[in-house]
Design a binder for this molecule. Sequence first.
Ligand code: ADP
Ligand code: MG
Length: 217
Amino acid sequence: PILLEMNGIEKNFPGVRALDNVHLDLRAGEVHALLGENGAGKSTLIKVLGGIYKKDGGEIIINGEKATINDVKDAEKYGISIIHQEIVLVPEMTITDNIYLGKELGPAVRISRAEMQKTTQELLDSFEMGLSATDKISSLNIAQQQMIEIIRATFSDAKIIVMDEPTSSLSDKEVDALFETVRKLTAKGIGIIYISHRMSELDVIADRVSVYRDGKY
Ligand code: ADP
Ligand code: MG
């Protein structure tokens, strides 16, 4: 099934046509790579999807229905989770705190610290992280921190995960671990949009590729 379609997307900045009739579609369980030189419009397209930028034209269809995405909360509601290139975890807090940070559990939901820790530990174990839920983020290496970002994205019930240049700071071994995680996610039917400059990675991880140039598909 098709999770997401972006059709005829337009975005203008003063003096720049950043996106001109751009298309992207994403199927359940696939890794779809976005390619293109700097300035091609990849990040702008992702920011439109994530509710960070408002589009000037075009439509977004999620699970066959027209979606309205005006802000980041809307995007989350549609199961869209974006892992940005820069780490946005709080170093002095524990893994558990970071996993639950900013999550709206709803007014009727009360959850104890012990439950949060238990759930976080189960998540860590399911990804075979070899870490404790009470570990501080500052004690983890960059690859582990990136994995926590990814686990956080999956915990929020994401159906569509965007990774913007996720391997730029990882070693070969860490890249292998990341790809293994990506395969676990796609096996669950999650669709992944994967932005990278490294052509060699795409053979290994991407099912399909979309190429952009000067704001065009
Ligand atoms: P990519 O991610 O493919 O490198 P971007 O989406 O970042 O490309 O940029 C596409 C074009 O839009 C570029 O010309 C860039 O300078 C311009 N652009 C992106 N964001 C902004 C912004 N906030 N204000 C003005 N111009 C922008
Ligand atoms: Mg970019």
